[in-house]
Structure formats: C-alpha cells, structure tokens
Design a binder for this molecule. Sequence first.
Ligand code: SF4
Ligand code: SF4
Length: 667
Amino acid sequence: MEPYTIIKSIVMLVALTGAFSFFFIQVRRLYRLMMAVEGTTEFKVDQVGRRITVLITDVLGQSNVLRKRMPGIAHAMIFFGFLAVQPHSLELMLKGVCPAFDVGHWFPGFYGGYLFIADILATFVLLGFAYAIYRRTILRPRYLTLGADANLIILFTCLIIITFQCINMFQTLLPLSPGAYDYRGIFPVSGLLVSLFGLETMSSQQIFAGYEISYWIHMATILGFMVYIPGSKHLHLLAAAPNVFLKPLEREKAIVTTDLENEELETFGLGKISELNWKNVLNLYACTECGRCEEQCPAAITDKPLSPKKLVHDLKVDLLDHSEAILGGNLDQVQSIVRENSPITGDVLWSCVTCRACEDICPVNIEHLDFIVEARKHQVLMEASFPPELQETFTNLENQGNPWGFDPDSRADWSKGMDVPLMSDNPEAELLWFVGCAGSFDDRGKKISEAMARVLHRAGVNFAILGPEEACNGDMARRTGNEYLAQTLIQQNVEVLNGYKPKKILTGCPHCFNIIKNEYPRFGASFPVVSHADFLFDLHQQGRLQTNGNSLGTLTFHDSCYLGRWNGIVQSPRDLLRAMNNGQLTEMQRIREKGFCCGAGGGGMFMEETLGKRINVERAEEVMGTGAATVAAACPFCATMLSDGLMDKESNIAVKDIAEIVDAATA
Ligand code: SF4
Ligand code: SF4
C-alpha cells in the first residue's frame, strides 16, 4: 500500500472514531436530559401502524412542509438531495479507512442506478438553497430570523454538496485500477460539468489532487456538520421524525388534566423547565425555527410580545442552560421559567388566545399550548399571578357559575314567553341544548339564543335546556390556568348531565362544544355533542327548515377557532349559509382551519388587550376587505368581538350569528 493511502486510512479512522463518538455522546446527553425531567405524561405509543404511515407521508412525503408551496418545494429538494448523498458519503468514509471497500464492485447495477439518481438530487439541494438564500435576503419575511447558526448550516450543506459533485467529477477521470468500479458515464450532472469545465485535459496528478482535496473538504465538512448538529438549531434533523411519529393522531385535543387530589404533587402546572415531561422536551428539540407558527399567530401578527417560535426557542435555551442541574438531580437549582430577565414574561403567556393556529401549521407537530396553558396554570395556582381583571371573572365564576356574576337562578330568563322547556320538565327531550353563559346572560348572546329557540320550534325539535342547573362550561377558567375552578365547574355540569343522560347535547357556543365533547369525557360525562352549525344544516337537509328566498346580500363567514381549527367544522356552516342566502357567500383571506381568531379565546374576552393592535380590529379590517354587508359568526364571543372591531373601524357591516341568519331566512 502507498504511504499516502496508509496515512489516509489512519487519519480517517481517527477522524471517524472521534466524530462519531462525540456525536453519540452529545445525543446520549440530550436523550438523558429528555428522560431526566420530572414531568409525567399519560401519552402512550399506540397505533404503531398508523404512526408509521404518518411518518411516511409527513416526513418522507414532506406533506407538512409542502403545505407552504415554494418554501415547501425548496425544503423537499434539500431534504431528498441531502438524504440521497449520504450513502455515497458513508461509502467514501469507509473507503478512506479501507481502500478495498468497493460497493460498486459487489453490486454494480444497483450501485450505478443509485449514483445516477444521487448525482441529480444533489443538484436539487443547491437549487433549494438558492431559493432559501433568496427568501432570506430578498423576500425577508419577518418571521424568519437570520442567525449565524442558519448561515453556518447553509454554508456547511452547500460545501458538502459542492464537494460531493467535485468527487463525482474526479471519480470519472481517475485511472481505473483492475477490478475496480468504473464511474465513467454514471453521473449525469457531474459528467456534464466535467465536459463544461474541460477537466478531461487535466493531468493525472491534477486529477488525483483534485479528488483528494474534494474528498478531504467533503469529509471535514460532513463530520463537522455531524458534530455541530446536536448543539445547533438543526437538532431538528434528529428530533423531527420521532416527534412526528409521536404526534397526536386525532384533531381534537384536550388541555392537560391536572390531578388536583394527588397529594404527592408539590406544584401544579409548569413553573420550572425541569417540570416538563419527555414529550415536551422532544417537542423543543424538534423545532426547525421555520417561523410558520409566528406567521399565523394572532398575537405575533398584532405585535404582542408572544411569538410561538420564540417561546419554543426560549424554552429550549432555558432547558439547555439548566441541563447540568437537571442531569445532576439538583432540581432546586433550576430557576422559574418566568423570572427577572427571562424572555418568557407574564405578557408573553397572557397574550395567547389559544387559537391553536401555531400547532396546526407546525410542520413537526409541536404542541405549543401544552407549554402556554401549563405555564398559566402554574402562574395562577402557585403564584397567584395573572392579569388583575381576571380576578373579578374568577370570583364571579366561583360564586355565580358565570363570568359576569349574574344570579344563576336567572339563567333561563332570556327564554321567558318562548315556550322553552327545562330538562327537569322534559327529561326525555331528544336534545339537551346547553345554552352557555353568553347565550344565557349576555345581551348579544341572548338575542342569538332567542333566534335559535325560534328555529328549533319551527323545525319541530323536541328540546330542553338546563336553566339554573347549568353552570359555566369551565373553558375560560381552564384556558386561563385556573384548573381548580375549571374542574369545580366541570364536575358540577358532569353531575347534572349524568343525572339526565341526554340522548344528544346541542351547543350554540364552540367553547361549550369543544370542552363538553373533548374534555368532559375525562371527567366522566360522555354524550354525543353537536354544534349548532352541523345541527341546523342537518335540519335544512332533512327538509325541516324551508327558506323564504329573501337575499341577505353579500355575506361572509368568520370561522371560530374552536369550531374550525379545533374540531374541523368548516364546511357545514358554509353550506348552511349558502342554502340560506341563495347560494351566495364571499370568503375572507384567512379561512377554515387557517381562520384568524377574533381575540376572545383563551380568556381574551375577559382580559384587557393593551399591547399591540387589537386582534378583533385586525379581523374587522379583513371582513371589510370582502365588501360584505353582513359577517356571519358561529360563536357569541366572536359576534361580540367582531361587532366591537367593526365599530372601532366605524363600519356599518352587520354581525349575525348563523342561528340569526337561519331564523331570518326561514321566518
Ligand atoms: S414551532 Fe413549529 S412552526 Fe414554529 S418555528 Fe418551530 S417548527 Fe416552525
Ligand atoms: S395558540 Fe394562537 S395565540 Fe397562542 S401562540 Fe398559538 S397561534 Fe399564537
């Protein structure tokens, strides 16, 4: 063997051993950190077959990233190209240590086919990065941060690909040793470049030098990249696929339930980073910092201090900063998440409207709300720290079972003279209508309830309400972190519902719908629940509601987050409105699962919105952009927020609930 070949073997062996060892030590440390946090989760790895399918479609098929067309295509080009290069790079590493290692010699047909494809896909990586650089430097969307880390990764990857193709070029020119694989004519792109640059005229020493220089740069970059990944933002290259594999498989998602009776629990919610559970940590590792969540977040869009992307990043930094203490079991040294000079402030946590736009758009299925609501829970239950205006709301919920403090015995007063039966008088009703606090007490909500009652009578529905037996559904208290109060309210309703065992529950409020359908089963009440959007559309389909043919003029529809994004009910309200308005419906820009919050969710309805632009004003401007005369909502809180936003803009666009529209169209 040539002395150079021997030296090369030794250097490669040392480099590979060092780089792989360092890589595995780092990965092991990250894994140990993930398992050392003290939070627990009920999550179980179930439906493995379905999860594998998800992995194939979402990661290998790139379906999540492709939801955003151009950046998605660029990402897919980089992903597939980079993946395709790896086997050849690995082979070159092994060949560096042991020159006799020759896959081409053993499997010539398969190997040739692979190299042909890898050579083309490698070029795609460069095209993908060209677009990424154009996007970062020319388009510059505000949610994409231009850190040194990102630039370094681009540099690393481009170097890997360029040197990969240089190796390919020189491989076609190197003199053939007897029995070795013949690379000539294998590489479509690199072969073309050889002719283009006229490399055939190079001397054999120049070709050898060109190959070796390309080889060493390629190896240094690829091994450097491997060592760099676990400590960089590109940790997602390792964590994204497992995180997608473990994602929630159903759309519905409940807030984490805290066992308040558990005497072993010393604290509630998320106060310190060490209180995360392993799945939360995997979420933090998986973030690609793509900024899609921030682009959709109503809080970030309206210049509040919350950016879901930054929150995930800040939590990850906090975790890594405390890794020594956590791994050493010194949890008393871990500081609170919300502390002096922490980027995670009360304003960050209380800016969230729990719309879930971030989770829905995240290509790697990060569950931001688990962090936000759990952190709120800790602030409320352990620190008694929350926006002061919530105090009165909490007191009213606690004492009167509604956020405004009305006499609970007057809950059914809105229905006086409307022949609306109580469940206590009509326990066999085919439908229990859970009216909700807004529909029972709020002036705007009461009008919607009256319209709904007229429609139900008109369609001949045998229904009844709970009246004074109904309490607030608990949604507002849960999402503002007052889990104790929420569970008290939920238990109260659960007992009443279990007493009647309703055949079906109808809701006119998406917050009632979501919590009764998705969260009450965890507290022992499991009944079929239907939203008024679905129910009214069904009544129309069954021919139980005849339209009068009057046009309502130009109409647009605002998706409630808790109906659309949380529960996927986006089509029935549209079909219903079209049926009521002679087929006419104009759409806003942000609709369906990508709808834009009205600002009321997550307790927003009961908090002062003093930072940034008002979310309802942002939405009102979008409504006005449609030129519609009326905007329809399917939530009493949305109706109020939209009315306020439009009033702020001095617009005379009417705001109607879908029940009011059906009432007017079928009178
Ligand atoms: S949380 Fe998800 S959407 Fe947001 S930056 Fe990270 S990967 Fe992108
Ligand atoms: S739930 Fe909505 S408001 Fe909260 S961080 Fe996510 S996108 Fe922003």
